[in-house]
Design a protein around this ligand. Structure first.
Ligand code: AMP
Length: 453
């Protein structure tokens, strides 16, 4: 079915044509017609399915066809979990509305309140915001959305995971009950079902029986490898020509930092994006990755929400996601809307359990791949982090060493009638091991190459 059959305003169809979209994706074909009729929607849609257009197009169409009741009134609000998603949705809105007079603004944390206050005061047509910052504004007298006609809840399950549900309920107190609501969530856990009951009136249900699997067109493969060799295996993939550019996911911000540093040392152009980075740093990383300045973008899950890189070829799970849904989400970053891509996952023996849960969830055993000229027996060159148990053993060894030296000093002092022996100032006191000479604990580290610690 072509877009022209969707009864959208010709100026919107022009915007869609400019973007090169030819046919609606399944979620768009299902969601747009009832939404154009004014129905509430409850839609299960994964990232990459084209869900943004599925909610923006009918809203833009409504805004164009129905005149505003009062001038200077915000008529639509989109609530989304992350800054990146908010920025991306606003970009999409501008693209679709390029031949119209509709305007929008984003409202999220990490940047100044001033321009956002102006957006509220001047009554831009559409506000796209994250829950925390929206509430900050609602505490001020200027933030009034009395004339709101459309509300979108995007990635509701992710907002639940991030603890935003109470904030959403608070936001609902600031907007009219009479409105059209479009509710999108990748999964439907119980609290989300309850929230949807409270927010929706006789909704049209879309794709609630969705197949829990990444889009087709994605080549998925597993690279079994010992944890300490993951950085060098990734480097191998990047240098062998197998992978040109990649979005690489790590389990923690710390590991994202260390991995980025490692790749940078190996002369791979790399940027990183995670919760501890400022908005300016995140924007630079994303822009740089999109325009090819960086080959690799290392990211943690939450920060990666909303990363939309057209024609992204490779997603690499440097760490196996603990939750199958996160795997599906991450992998959905590639092969978006009819393109093809690949998703590689580096799996250490201790990750096998998590991998099995993922394979059960997608109902498929993923192929295992080994690289013929990679040394799987190599010793650890560098580590991303020292395992917890080893760190504790090292601290214990150092403390025992310090206690022993303190005792030896005390014995010596006693033998010298309480006078410190000459040259014994380095003997130190318990707890001052740093200034002391090489200790057993330190010698153990001494032989290791400069590490990621
Ligand atoms: P979304 O799931 O909304 O994040 O969209 C995923 C990607 O698909 C974005 O890059 C969109 O620009 C693109 N896209 C959305 N709808 C279509 C369509 N009908 N045809 C081609 N690409 C699309």
């Amino acid at each position: 079915m072509p877009f022209t059959q969707l009864k959208l305003h010709p100026d919107l169809l022009r915007g869609i044509k400019d973007l090169g979209f030819q046919r609606p994706t399944p979620i768009q074909a299902d969601a747009i017609p009832p939404a154009l009729e004014g129905r509430d929607l409850l839609a299960c849609a994964q990232t990459g399915s084209g869900k943004t257009a599925a909610f923006l197009l009918p809203i833009l169409n409504g805004l164009m066809q129905k005149p505003r009741s009062r001038p200077g009134t915000t008529r639509a609000l989109v609530i989304t979990p992350t800054r990146e998603l908010a920025a991306q949705i606003l970009e999409d809105l501008k693209d679709f509305a390029v031949h119209t007079h509709i305007n929008g603004a984003s409202v999220y944390g990490g940047v100044g309140m001033g321009p956002q206050e102006h957006a509220f005061r001047s009554g831009v047509d559409v506000i796209v915001g994250t829950p925390g910052r929206l509430l900050d504004h609602f505490r001020q007298p200027y933030a009034k959305l009395n004339g709101l006609e459309y509300l979108v809840l995007d990635e509701a399950d992710r907002m639940l995971d991030m603890g935003f549900l109470p904030d959403i309920r608070r936001i609902l107190r600031h907007i009219p009950a009479k409105r059209q609501t479009l509710f999108f969530s990748a999964t439907m856990p119980e609290p989300i079902v309850k929230l949807s009951h409270d927010m929706l009136h006789n909704p049209v249900m879309i794709n609630l029986q969705r197949q829990s699997a990444p889009a087709t067109g994605i080549t998925q493969a597993i690279y079994p490898v010992a944890t300490h060799l993951k950085p060098s295996l990734l480097l191998k993939l990047l240098t062998s020509g197998e992978v040109k550019e990649a979005l690489v996911f790590t389990r923690t911000k710390h590991r994202a930092d260390r991995l980025a540093k490692y790749l940078d040392n190996q002369k791979v152009s790399v940027a990183r994006i995670h919760g501890n980075r400022s908005q300016a740093q995140r924007t630079d990383a994303l822009q740089g990755f999109k325009n090819g300045r960086y080959r690799v973008l290392v990211a943690t899950d939450i920060a990666a929400r909303g990363i939309d890189v057209t024609a992204l070829g490779h997603v690499i799970n440097f760490d196996v996601p603990a939750v199958p849904d996160d795997y599906i989400h991450r992998v959905g970053r590639t092969a978006r809307a009819e393109l093809t891509g690949s998703a590689f996952t580096l799996v250490a023996p201790e990750d096998e359990g998590d991998l099995r849960s993922i394979e059960r969830a997608i109902n498929k055993r993923l192929p295992r791949v080994t690289i013929s000229d990679f040394d799987y027996q190599a010793r650890a060159e560098q580590r991303l982090e020292v395992p917890h148990a080893q760190r504790i053993a090292e601290i214990r060894a150092r403390k025992a060493d310090e206690r022993q030296r303190a005792k030896a000093n005390a014995d010596r002092r006693a033998a010298h009638g309480g006078q410190p022996p000459s040259g014994s100032h380095r003997g130190g006191h318990p707890g001052q091991g740093h200034g002391a000479g090489p200790s057993a604990g330190r010698r153990r580290f001494g032989s290791r190459r400069p590490s990621f610690r």
